[in-house]
Ligand binder design. Structure first.
Ligand code: 5BU
Length: 259
């Protein structure tokens, strides 16, 4: 697997957010993203404060918070500055352009006002990318859903290739993919991989897990860990373990690339 160091990819990145993410990963020495899938504002904030020093991205599902108020996203933003991580709202937009724009900017969550990055399915066609781009600032970026971790999912190879094609076409807004492996050869694109856990091969509802080492070996750049951390009796120690395993796997993949 040919792999360039994150710091070199920061120089090749053409979008301000992907450049900033590559730089942060390199400086902070972490390629870990916490998927903070908890139900209350206080749990989300305490988790972000506890695990913030270990991560480059915090991934939210803001619509699972029972007691959401706009104050939560202001506080998340403050924690993101304090611990230096970026906010990624895993909203998986999937509708026509006009509707996703309304969902992105409006409603209770006003995602466009606080999320550094979001993601979208490509099923509706490229209008979804154009609409989200129109509603974003130049420093916000989009990840395209190219592959999923769940058993029996319908994202075919043809679908994945389309995601790469459209990412290339809209590279002033698309900064990478949610995928299980490296799918694009252009080093400016980030590959984010969910379905990472050390203790279990799967969950009872179709989730399938890989280890950090195996995802990095397949070319992933940022590993997304949810319950492996949040359901641990000691989330900080678990995050530190995932962080160190993911970083070591990255360093060893660089050495392999040199040989
Ligand atoms: P887990 O607890 O580590 O299984 O959580 C994984 C998270 O990543 C969860 O928030 C999912 O919504 C998200 N996810 C995923 O698991 N698999 C996918 O293919 C995509 C997102 Br896309």
């Amino acid at each position: 697997m040919d792999r360039l160091p994150y710091k070199e990819r920061a120089l090749l990145a053409t979008h301000p957010l992907s450049k900033a993410i590559f730089e942060l990963i390199e400086e902070k020495e972490t390629n870990l993203c916490l998927s903070a899938d908890v139900n209350s504002a206080s749990e989300l904030l305490s988790l972000a404060d506890l695990v913030g020093p270990e991560i480059c991205l915090l991934k939210t599902h803001i619509d699972i918070i029972d007691d959401f108020t706009p104050d939560l996203t202001l506080k998340l933003h403050t924690l993101a500055k304090k611990h230096r991580f970026f906010l990624f709202e895993d909203r998986k937009f999937a509708d026509i352009g006009n509707t996703v724009k309304l969902q992105y900017c409006g409603g209770v969550y006003k995602i466009s006002s606080w999320a550094d990055s979001i993601n979208a399915h490509i099923i509706p066609g490229p209008g979804i990318i154009e609409a989200l781009k129109e509603a974003s600032s130049p420093s916000q970026g989009l990840f395209l859903l190219a592959q999923m971790s769940s058993k029996g999912n319908l994202l075919t190879e043809e679908h994945m290739k389309k995601a790469v094609e459209w990412a290339t076409r809209y590279d002033d807004f698309v900064i990478g993919f949610i995928s299980q492996e490296k799918i694009a050869s252009d080093p400016k694109f980030l590959h984010l991989t969910p379905g990472i856990q050390l203790n279990n091969p799967s969950d009872p509802l179709g989730q399938q897990y890989n280890s950090p080492a195996s995802a990095i070996a397949k070319g992933s750049d940022i590993l997304i860990v949810g319950r492996g951390i949040t359901h641990s009796p000691n989330p900080l120690a678990a995050a530190q373990n995932y962080r160190s395993q993911s970083w070591k796997a990255y360093l060893s993949s660089l050495r392999k690339a040199e040989i």
